[in-house]
Design a protein around this ligand. Structure first.
Ligand code: NAD
Ligand code: UD1
Length: 348
């Protein structure tokens, strides 16, 4: 059984579908601070399987101990966390408190229970301002905001665990997989689950789809004068279903004979950069909808381009992205147009 913290969220819900389809039993712990119980119902509807769902906080060590004592948990995927860069700059204590304490309580409970297989949701943000592209996992790490710093601190904390295993000659050592996501977009092709941001979206794809449906008047393209193919920022967008499948491969590997030795990081991206205007134009063409936009000033903190070298995930996890930009924009639009108010809509 796999314990999925934050499993009601955007990436977590898609990962639950793929885990169940791969034959894993899933136990979800989520406090629903940024998600809805409805996403779990929809995962159940999609898979035809019921999910053990616990509404609770990962910072609550008592809940964790009960879960480990009452369920045959083999590994944990740890999605639970706060993820807004802007909010983290306004309220860093809240971010450090939630993201770091969740992880501390989780690894303590895992150690106590003797379950030492962990997949952690990291981010390409740990590469800071990229010095060279494509980004490989061994490049220098840094943080440019409190959200990114919380990810880096957690990565560092996790890297200390195998060192302690060696000192303590632990009979059962830690196996930790750090998955560094690039830019997750898209939704399940059923249109039943997808990204449901609160308020005005910060990220590009939900802003595009909300503009296309008329909830936003106009997309501001942040910067038209970067040294890129058309002057707009370039990112490595990855379909959330591919990303979810990457988690299944990571769990398969952790639980295999030749699992992960200590801590290992993997980039999950496509390896291809796409500019803002390329994504907007693909959205318009594939979905036959208009997306009014205007070029505005650069967003502080943004880099011109960021994309992954994905060879380590391919070679060692046997995973690579299969879905392209057409799938990303079509699936995002299907989710948006069928659920204009996200999970608060009643499905037609
Ligand atoms: P999300 O907000 O949709 O999901 C996170 C889930 O964690 C939510 O369901 C929320 O209710 C839950 N949660 C938060 N704090 C909790 C706590 N203390 N106890 C229990 N549950 C808690 O976000 P997502 O996009 O699915 O991201 C999942 C993970 O991946 C996060 O750790 C995020 O930082 C990381 N990540 C996301 C992106 C992205 O662009 N979406 C990119 C890189 C990394
Ligand atoms: C953001 C986060 C990063 C996180 C990543 C993954 C910031 C500064 N960084 O990265 O920490 O890991 O999401 O989801 O928030 N854009 C527009 N108009 C918009 C929104 C975005 O032009 O309204 C542009 C941006 O300038 C960028 C691209 O679209 O070039 C992608 O932006 P976004 O979706 O916010 O992701 P990142 O900035 O790459």
């Amino acid at each position: 059984m796999i314990l999925v913290t934050g499993g009601a969220g955007y990436i977590g819900s898609h990962t639950c579908v793929e885990l169940i389809e791969a034959g894993y039993d899933v136990l979800v712990l989520d406090n629903l601070s940024n998600s809805s119980r409805e996403s779990i119902h929809r995962v159940e509807q999609l898979t035809g399987k019921s999910i053990s769902f616990i509404e609770g906080d990962v910072r609550n060590g008592d809940i964790l101990n009960v879960l480990f004592n009452t369920h045959p948990i083999d590994a944990v995927i740890h999605f639970a966390g706060l993820k807004s860069v802007g909010e983290s700059c306004e309220n860093p204590i809240f971010y450090y408190e939630n993201n770091i304490e969740c992880t501390l309580k989780l690894i303590q409970a895992m150690q106590d229970a003797g379950v030492k297989n962990l997949v952690f949701s990291s981010s390409a943000t740990v590469y800071g301002d990229p010095q060279r592209l494509p980004l490989t996992e061994d490049m220098p790490l840094s943080a440019t905001n409190p959200y990114g710093r919380s990810k880096l601190i957690i990565e560092d904390m996790l890297r200390d665990l195998p060192n302690a295993d060696r000192l303590n000659q632990a009979a059962q050592p830690w196996s930790v997989t750090l998955l560094r996501y690039f830019n997750p977009v898209g939704a399940h092709k059923s249109g039943l689950i997808g990204e449901d941001p609160n308020g005005i979206p910060n990220n590009l794809m939900p802003f595009i789809s909300q503009t296309a449906i008329g909830k936003r008047e106009c997309l501001s393209v942040f910067g038209g004068d970067y040294d890129t193919v058309d002057g707009t920022g370039v990112r490595d967008y990855i379909h959330v279903v591919d990303l979810a499948k990457g988690h299944v491969k990571a769990v398969d590997k952790l639980l295999s004979e030749n699992g992960i030795d200590g801590v290992q990081a993997f980039n999950l991206g496509t390896g291809h950069g796409l500019s803002v205007l390329e994504l907007v134009n693909a959205f318009k063409d594939c979905n036959q909808v208009d997306v009014p936009y205007q070029i505005s000033g650069r967003r502080p903190g943004d880099v011109a381009a960021c994309y992954a070298d994905v060879s380590r995930a391919r070679d060692e996890l046997g995973w690579q992205a299969e879905l392209g930009v057409r799938d990303m924009v079509k699936d995002s639009w299907r989710w948006q147009s069928r659920n204009p108010e996200g999970y608060s809509d009643i499905m037609m």
